[in-house]
Design a protein around this ligand. Structure first.
Ligand code: E4P
Length: 218
């Protein structure tokens, strides 16, 4: 399972990269705004900075909602760096654009996915990644993980190559459950990645080992 970090915060991206387990980054317009990144030039420079920090794929989301606009924006974003994946919303114009990008060997991440039907359409169009938002489904009393499971079954039935990128992750158990289901990628906040590391028995066990070593070597 690949690990992407879901943020535009450069310090957090560096911290995750330094851990040595990072495979990529996803951003969206809200995450960019949260970091105070605004204006075309600043946004582009920010994507380039992220590409400098990590080795893997970096999702950059288009703002256009019409086919022509999505194509223009996406081709420009993809030309910036080979790590850029064009993030396209799951709307009909977006689906057409995903097909277009796929024919041109430009990687895409189909975002704002909330149903298995949408997942089928995105795979048929040739999306590289599919981003079902599990946390946002949980937020409205729907079962986000069940959606990941359903899509896994469907994609396996037909050997679709689109990678399931579980998004809108809220906590560590989402990551573990996604791994059990067989999501190809999880994109998570840094806190959830770090949460996977922690166990009180590790801490108390290490403390005791170090104390015993000190006693027998003093
Ligand atoms: C990632 O690609 C998504 O944009 C992101 O995971 C959405 O997360 P949120 O529901 O916490 O905003």
């Amino acid at each position: 399972m690949k690990f992407f970090i879901d943020t535009a915060n450069l310090d957090q991206i560096k911290e995750a990269q330094d851990l040595g387990i990072l495979d990529g980054v996803t951003t969206n317009p809200s995450l960019m705004a949260k970091e105070g990144v605004s204006g075309h030039e600043n946004i582009i420079n920010h994507y380039l900075r992220i590409c400098d920090i990590v080795d893997g794929d970096v999702s950059a989301e288009v703002i256009s909602t019409d086919f022509k606009g999505i194509i223009e924006e996406g081709e420009y974003l993809a030309s910036l760096n080979k790590q850029i994946v064009v993030k396209v919303p799951m709307i009909s114009e977006g689906v057409k654009a995903i097909k277009y990008f796929n024919d041109k060997n430009i990687k895409t991440n189909c975002t704002l996915v909330f149903s298995s039907g949408q997942a089928i359409i995105a795979a048929k169009a040739g999306a590289t990644y599919l981003s079902p938002f599990i946390g946002r489904l949980d937020d409205i009393s729907s079962d986000g993980l069940n959606l990941i499971s359903e899509i896994r079954d469907i994609y396996d039935n037909y050997d679709f190559t689109t990678e399931i990128l579980a998004a809108s992750i809220r906590h560590t158990m989402h990551i573990i459950d996604c791994a059990k289901i067989g999501a190809d990628v999880v994109t998570t906040p840094l806190s959830a990645i770090k949460g996977l590391l922690n166990h009180p028995l590790t801490d108390s066990g290490l403390k005791k080992f170090l104390e015993d070593h000190k006693k027998s070597n003093s």
